[in-house]
Design a protein around this ligand. Structure first.
Ligand SMILES: [Mg+2]
Length: 403
C-alpha cells in the first residue's frame, strides 16, 4: 500500500477545524485532526508545504518510521504547530491501517481494556445559582463527572463561562483577541465556597473537577488544593503555568487534592519529570496536540509505571476525529482515567460523523474499522474558515497575565 495524495481541509462548521485526509493507491483514506485553536492556518500551511511532499509514496503501515522521520528528521523538534501537524499524519495512518485490516484502531493498540469509558462535561454559569442549575441539568443527562466553572462576583468575563446561553466558545472572530480582566484573590475567595455548595446540593457520589487555567502561583495553588480537600475533587486542573515544573513539587507537598495537567503539552519530555516524580495524578495530553497515537501510547505506558492515569483534553475546539482517536487510545490502555467531552454544535455534526456511542455519561468503543469517524467533504465546503483568536487576560491594573 502507498500514500498517493494528501489534502488539508479547513472548514468552520460552528468553529474552525483543520483536517488532514491521506489517500492511498488502494482507495482507502485516513483522517487526522490538525486543529490548533487560534493558529489553524499555521498548521494547515506546515502540512501542505513541508509535510505532505515527504510522505507521498510511503507505506502507511510504517507509522513508527514515518513518525520519527517527521519528528527527528526536521531538526526543529517539539512545538505546538509542528506536533499538531505530525499528530494529524499519525492519526490518519492509524485510521488507514484499521480500515485496510477491517478492525477498529483500539484492536491494533492493545484491544479492549474496558467496555466503556467515563466522560466528563462542563457546567458553567455566570453566578452560583446559574452554575447549580447547570449542574442539575447535566446530572439529568446522565453524566457522572462534571467540570464546574463559575463567574466570579465582580467580573464581567471569566474563563469557562459562556457569553450567552450557548456552549462556551472563547475564540472570537474580531480582528484582534478579546481582552479579559482577572483578580486571583477574588477567585481564591470564591471557589471553595462554590464547591462546598455543590457538594451540599448534590451529595458525594458525583465526580467534581475544576480548571484554574494556569493562573495561580505554586503557593496559591497549594492553598486552593488544601481548601478544596474536604470536597474530594476528582481533579484540580492546570493550576500553574506548567513551564516551571518544580512548581508542582510545592503544590504536592501541601495538598492531597488530585492534580491534572498537560493539555498544552506536546511531547513526552513535557511530562517526563511530572510523571516520574509522581507530581501529578492525571496526564491531560491529547492525541492531536501530543503528536498522534504513536507517542501517546508511549506516554501512557510511562505513566502506567507510576500509577498515573490519562484524562485526554477533549474540547469542542478539536474535531470529532481527535475525540475518536482519544477514545480508541482510552479503550486500549490500562491506565485510562477519564475523557473530556464538551459536545459539539449541531452544525459541526452535519460535517463530522462519530461512530462511538455515548450514553449516560459513558462512551462505548466503536467497532467500525479505523477511527470510526468520517467527514462530509462537500458539506465542509459550505463553511469557510473564519479568522478567530483566543482571548488574552490582564490584571486589573493592566498587567498582561496568563489566559
Ligand atoms: Mg485546562
Amino acid at each position: 500500500m502507498k500514500i498517493v495524495d494528501a489534502k488539508v481541509i479547513v472548514c468552520s462548521p460552528g468553529r474552525n477545524f483543520v483536517t488532514l485526509k491521506i489517500e492511498t493507491d488502494e482507495g482507502v483514506y485516513g483522517l487526522g485532526d490538525a486543529t490548533l485553536n487560534g493558529r489553524e492556518l499555521a498548521v494547515a500551511t506546515y502540512l501542505k508545504e513541508h509535510i505532505i511532499p515527504c510522505i507521498i509514496n510511503r507505506d502507511p503501515f510504517d507509522s513508527e518510521d514515518i513518525w520519527h522521520y517527521l519528528y527527528r528528521g526536521v531538526y526543529w523538534r517539539r512545538g505546538a504547530v509542528n506536533m499538531t501537524a505530525i499528530g494529524a499524519v499519525d492519526m490518519a495512518l492509524w485510521d488507514i491501517k484499521g480500515k485496510a485490516l477491517g478492525v477498529p484502531v483500539h484492536k491494533l493498540l492493545g484491544g479492549k481494556s474496558r467496555h466503556r469509558l467515563l466522560a466528563y462535561t462542563h457546567a458553567q454559569g455566570k453566578d452560583m445559582d446559574e452554575t447549580l442549575q447547570k449542574v442539575s441539568d447535566i446530572l439529568n443527562k446522565g453524566f457522572k463527572a462534571i467540570r464546574i466553572q463559575s463567574g466570579i462576583p465582580g467580573f464581567e468575563k471569566v474563563y469557562g463561562i459562556a457569553k450567552d446561553k450557548g456552549t462556551y466558545e472563547p475564540a472570537t472572530t474580531g480582528g484582534k483577541p478579546d481582552e479579559e480582566i482577572w483578580n486571583t484573590e477574588k477567585y481564591l475567595a470564591y471557589i471553595p465556597e462554590l464547591f462546598q455548595t455543590v457538594r451540599k446540593e448534590f451529595g458525594k457520589d458525583l465526580h467534581l473537577l475544576h480548571d484554574s487555567h494556569h493562573r495561580l502561583s505554586s503557593i496559591e495553588a497549594a492553598r486552593l488544593g488544601k481548601e478544596l480537600e474536604p470536597h474530594h475533587l476528582f481533579w484540580l486542573e492546570d493550576t500553574v503555568p506548567a513551564e516551571l515544573q518544580q512548581n508542582f513539587e510545592w503544590i504536592r507537598r501541601h495538598t492531597t487534592t488530585p492534580l491534572a495537567v498537560g493539555e498544552i503539552f506536546n511531547t513526552i519530555f513535557d511530562c517526563q519529570h511530572l510523571i516520574t516524580q509522581q507530581l501529578i495524578d492525571y496526564i491531560r495530553m491529547t492525541v492531536a496536540h501530543g503528536g498522534g497515537l504513536t507517542p501517546m501510547m508511549k506516554i501512557a505506558h510511562l505513566a502506567e509505571l507510576y500509577g498515573i492515569r490519562t484524562g485526554c483534553h477533549g474540547p469542542s475546539d478539536l474535531s470529532p476525529i481527535n475525540l475518536g482517536a482519544c477514545l480508541h487510545f482510552g479503550t486500549a490502555i490500562n491506565n485510562f482515567g477519564i475523557q473530556e467531552y464538551m459536545g459539539y454544535y449541531p452544525i459541526t455534526m452535519e460535517v463530522f460523523d462519530l461512530k462511538h456511542k455515548f450514553e449516560e455519561g459513558y462512551f462505548y468503543p466503536s467497532e467500525e474499522p479505523g477511527l470510526g469517524v468520517d467527514m462530509d467533504f462537500e458539506k465542509a465546503g459550505n463553511y469557510p474558515y473564519k479568522k478567530a483568536f483566543l482571548p488574552i487576560n490582564r490584571l486589573e491594573d493592566g498587567t498582561l497575565f496568563h489566559w
